[in-house]
Write a protein that binds this ligand. Structure first.
Ligand code: NDP
Length: 499
């Protein structure tokens, strides 16, 4: 079995405890590697290393242009190792190789884009309302950051944070999910070390959230926490970070409405519904898990939907032809089956799937059949709570007003889809839906150029796009009085009347 070490202050190291834990392949259920089980002692070392690297040594001395060059080099190295990194991810999270390889091939773009922005971060000169003053702002990095990330898209979700943070001049400590540490450790070797990132700038501590995540989030030298994961964990992280006034960004869960109007192009919309929920076995924060279908096309739509979903090829996620893979973790598998029972108990009608997929059906240990419930009403738990699995709730609506009401009647606000050929309807819906992203006649599209994040309980702050870099910067105001003499009454604040 492969045994990994973690990476702190530019050195490979075991956990302070000397302990390791197993990481398993969800398809076979077999452990394949050992990962250091870090605790508060390792968190302390990593945060101190990040703080040192932020304050002194080569990193703060590097020009923004040189940081940009380094980011572009990291992008090239990711591209070089994209296949290997994707295979490791599939081995850890069981998602399809077609999806994970597409992600690792696309990931260099984040490093190129933010590498390009590194030396375009500028403050402003401000025409203040006082004579003889020259005033300007500086944009400075917030400081050492902690990233806590989930298992569903491990390197992608690290990249959304790491590339803008490095461009801004921050240093970081990353805690990956206990289920998917391996790809990040490979990334540290093949990309970070190889690119020549100075020691302490990027550190990794592997282990369990409550044990090693909390000491990171509360560490006094950390200035910002960027978290992606479940909403309950996000609330805990936010509370802990608030005690020491850290900046926080949160990318959390969702229960996104994917809305099918009667003027949609049916075949395309059905494919959009399928990719919204069954791609990634539904284990994506932006899953279009509430399918709102206009009543005039409901029966025809569901018939086609069931036909296409039933044709999904389940199997080994390492094969490019597989369309639905296993669920990533045993607790997640139990949770999904639990929600299927809840939906049945609530009176929803199961028109496809509805349980584990056996080996004969292409499944195996942690497989759930693509499952569709009709007759769902938006008050049911199956409509309100995030399942994070291949379970679709179909909800009927009459008209635009009802679609908007149902779409927004939820605690979350991450993604949403609208399928229509009417420009009026599309733009009106895009205005009315309370979510960070509205996709029209497409679904689950992301880009390094487009801001991404949640309304309501789906999060705080934005990742991606030029806006994301602001999350890693703070503004300093510089006042220069270039008048000779004067200065007014030293005991009174300078205002418009006395400056
Ligand atoms: P979790 O919230 O369980 O875990 C996320 C990370 O937080 C893991 O690294 C976990 O560590 C860590 N963690 C757990 N408890 C604590 C704690 N007390 N203090 C600090 N860190 C802690 O989410 P999952 O990994 O199960 O991921 C699924 C969730 O992520 C879904 O709800 C999904 O919607 C959301 N998500 C959101 C995205 C977005 O961009 N909005 C994108 C992808 C996923 P460990 O696992 O090692 O215990």
């Amino acid at each position: 079995m492969k045994r990994y070490q973690t990476y702190i202050d530019g050195k490979w190291t075991d956990a302070a405890s000397g302990k390791v834990f197993e990481t398993s392949d969800p398809y076979t259920g077999e452990p394949w590697a050992l990962v250091p089980e870090c605790d508060a002692r390792d968190a302390e070392l990593a945060c101190n290393a990040a703080a040192r690297a932020f304050e002194s040594g080569p990193w703060p001395a590097m020009t923004a242009t040189a940081r940009g060059r380094l980011l572009r080099k990291m992008g090239d190295l990711i591209a070089k190792h994209a296949k290997h990194l994707a295979e490791i991810e599939v081995r850890d999270n069981g998602k399809l190789i077609s999806e994970m390889y597409a992600q690792t091939q696309y990931l260099p773009e984040w490093y190129y884009y933010y590498g390009g922005l590194a030396d375009k971060i500028t403050g402003q000169t401000i025409p203040v309302d006082k004579p003889d003053h020259f005033c300007y702002t500086l944009k400075e990095p917030v400081g050492p950051c902690v990233f806590i990330t989930p298992w569903n898209s491990p390197l992608m979700l690290v990249g959304w944070k790491l590339a803008p943070a490095l461009a801004a001049g921050c240093t970081v400590v990353i805690k990956p999910s206990e289920f998917t540490s391996a790809s990040l450790l490979e990334f540290m070797k093949l990309v970070v070390e190889e690119a020549g990132v100075p020691p302490g700038v990027i550190n990794v501590v592997t282990g369990f959230g409550a044990v090693v995540g909390e000491p990171l989030v509360t560490h006094p030298k950390i200035a910002k926490v960027a978290f992606t994961g479940g909403t309950a964990t996000g609330a805990r992280v936010n509370e802990l970070a608030a005690r020491t006034f850290k900046k926080v960004s949160l990318e959390l869960g969702g229960k996104s409405p994917n809305i099918m109007f009667d003027d949609c192009i049916l075949d395309e919309a059905v494919n959009g519904a399928i990719s919204g929920i069954f791609a990634a076995t539904g284990q994506t924060c932006i899953a279009g898990s509430r399918l709102l279908v206009q009543e005039s096309i409901h029966d025809k739509f569901v018939e086609k939907l069931v036909e296409v979903a039933a044709s999904a090829k389940l199997g080994n996620p390492q094969l490019f032809e597989t369309q639905v893979g296993p669920v990533t973790t045993p607790p997640q598998y139990q949770k999904i089956l639990g929600y299927i029972d809840i939906a049945k108990g609530e009176g929803a009608k199961c028109v496809l799937g509805g349980g584990p997929a056996t080996a004969a059906e292409g499944g195996g240990k942690y497989f759930v059949k693509p499952t569709i419930f009709t007759g769902v009403n938006n008050k049911m738990r199956i409509a309100q709570e995030e399942v994070f699995g291949p379970v679709l709730s179909v909800i009927k609506f009459k008209d635009e007003a009802e679609a908007i009401q149902i779409a927004n009647d939820i605690a979350y606000g991450l993604g949403s889809g609208v399928w229509t050929q009417s420009v009026r309807r599309a733009t009106m819906m895009a205005q009315k839906i309370k979510a960070g992203t509205v996709w029209v006649n497409t679904y689950r599209a992301v880009s390094f150029t487009m801001p991404f994040g949640g309304y309501k309980a789906s999060g705080l702050g934005r990742e991606n796009g030029a806006e994301a870099i602001e999350g890693y910067l703070q503004t300093k105001s510089v006042w220069i009085n270039n008048a000779v003499g004067g200065g007014g009454n030293p005991f009174v604040m300078k205002t418009a009347s006395n400056s």
